[in-house]
Design a protein around this ligand. Structure first.
Ligand code: NAI
Length: 301
């Protein structure tokens, strides 16, 4: 296979002013893409804003010669999302790839989490992905081509302590992915989600230095570039990636069992008595859609 390149393609990366997003910006630009570097430039907890983060990365990308432009809007509003995509359209005329990457962190246990914390975190990660995806999707639909990558997290997928809003938002972007998958496939718009672990200001105080050294943001970029490329045909998948580890993860459904043939009432005692079979993940499979789950309701047919 030839080298994957993005010549003449336009890539929008949210939160590209630091961390993993900055690594994406370099990787795409080094392979010919024109890049919109979006970043509000705030602090890790979502306070503040500064243009320097996006401007610095745009200046760094000049070495590749493909063209890069900064955008400083917050992803967390509909108007901000529209301006981010308008920046791409105004400068480069199209959007081929969107990486929903912007993020903030306000880790607190459930009882300590305020409404303000909740709204800020959910608005950046989940509403933000919606606000940018919708106008990008409209342009991609017009062009009959698009690749969207959402950023989920192991915390959301598998659970963690003290991150209620973050976990809820990160599962939410998986739900949003399903929506793009269902509505985008016929327009050649594909959407996948990645769950990265990488050294950045988000993680620099949660892991020891010798581990962080092995968690380079550059180890995440190959998967995202592949998913963003014309070579990719997958849609609706979720991937773990960290330190050179790449693995698919999935929400799966097990066959379970049908009790009572849908002809009689079922008792809680029968649930107890069949608990092993109900909770077994033997033969669990990922599903294409909610309709796909109907095949296990054998009593329906
Ligand atoms: P980071 O803090 O270095 O980068 C996030 C960027 O998003 C920052 O430059 C920030 O200014 C920008 N941003 C924040 N709010 C914004 C807004 N409203 N509008 C536009 N830009 C905004 O963090 P990192 O680690 O690079 O995170 C990137 C993504 O990966 C995030 O979505 C994060 O939740 C996710 N992630 C990271 C993990 C890790 O191990 N670093 C683990 C799992 C998920």
């Amino acid at each position: 296979m030839g080298k994957i390149r993005f010549d003449d393609q336009v890539v929008v990366i949210t939160g590209a002013g630091s961390g993993i997003g900055r690594a994406y910006a370099h990787a795409f630009a080094s392979r010919g893409a024109r890049v919109v570097v979006n970043d509000l430039g705030g602090n890790r907890d979502g306070t503040g804003e500064a243009r320097g983060a996006a401007d610095t990365v745009v200046a760094e990308l000049a070495q590749y010669g493909g063209g890069a432009v900064a955008n400083y809007d917050s992803v967390a509003t509909v108007s901000g999302g529209e301006r981010i995509i308008a920046t791409a359209e105004d400068h480069f005329g199209r959007v081929d790839v969107l990486v929903n990457n912007a993020g903030v962190l306000r880790d607190k246990s459930l009882l300590k989490m305020t409404e303000e914390d909740w709204e800020l975190v959910v608005n950046v990660h989940l509403k933000g992905a919606f606000c940018v995806t919708r106008p990008a999707f409209a342009l991609m639909k017009k062009n009959g081509y698009g690749r969207i990558i959402n950023t989920t997290s192991g915390s959301g997928l598998y659970g963690n302590f003290g991150q209620a809003a973050y976990m809820a938002a990160k599962m939410g972007v998986v739900g949003l992915m399903h929506s793009v998958v269902a509505e985008g496939s016929k327009h050649n718009i594909l959407c996948n989600a990645i769950s990265p672990v990488a050294a950045s200001r988000m993680t620099d105080d949660v892991m020891p230095a010798e581990i962080l050294e092995k968690l380079k943001a550059e180890f995440i970029t190959p998967l995202v570039l592949f998913l963003a490329s014309q070579v990719n045909r997958e849609t609706g998948m979720i991937f773990n990636c960290a330190a050179g580890w790449f693995s698919r993860t999935a929400i799966c459904c097990a066959p379970g069992l049908c009790i009572g043939d849908a002809k009689r009432e079922i008792t809680p005692e029968e649930i107890h008595d069949n608990w092993m079979a109900i909770t077994s993940l033997d033969d669990a499979v990922p599903l294409d859609s909610v309709v796909d789950s109907f095949r296990f309701m054998t009593s329906l047919f």
